[in-house]
Design a protein. Structure first.
Length: 129
């Protein structure tokens, strides 16, 4: 679900009961909202209450199709996309998903999606023994 900018994406207040109801009716996992108004190729939020996931920090199975959408529909003709997710969770749990498209004759023939967590903060914990 494309949204115009990062501020809209950040301020989404999901109605989990409604998302769950519509997901049941249409046999969906959930909703993957995204914007291209970001320092990455896209920033996204995944809501999947039907499967017990209110919001997911990293979803390669959604980022892969998003990379295809960016290539085919938005005409961003490149083979690698970086998609941030989890930034707007409470608490934030940012991840960066890399989508690599296999392109043959200007069409997608396959893709690989994977990623890493983005360090949000580092803590030192001392334990008295």
């Amino acid at each position: 679900i494309p949204v115009k900018n990062s501020e809209i994406l950040k301020n989404i207040a999901p109605d989990f009961d409604m998302i769950n109801k519509i997901s049941d009716e249409l046999n969906l996992i959930g909703y993957y909202a995204f914007t291209t108004d970001t320092s990455y190729d896209a920033t996204a939020r995944m809501f999947g209450p039907r499967y017990g996931i209110l919001e997911e920090a990293g979803t390669g199975m959604a980022a892969g199709p998003l990379g295809s959408y960016l290539f085919d529909i938005l005409k961003q003709k490149k083979s690698t996309f970086h998609i941030q997710q989890g930034k707007y969770m409470a608490p934030p749990s940012p991840s960066l998903i890399t989508v690599k498209l296999q392109i043959e004759k200007e069409e997608i023939s396959g893709l690989m999606a994977g990623g890493i967590g983005i360090l949000n903060k580092q803590l030192v914990v001392e334990i008295d023994v």
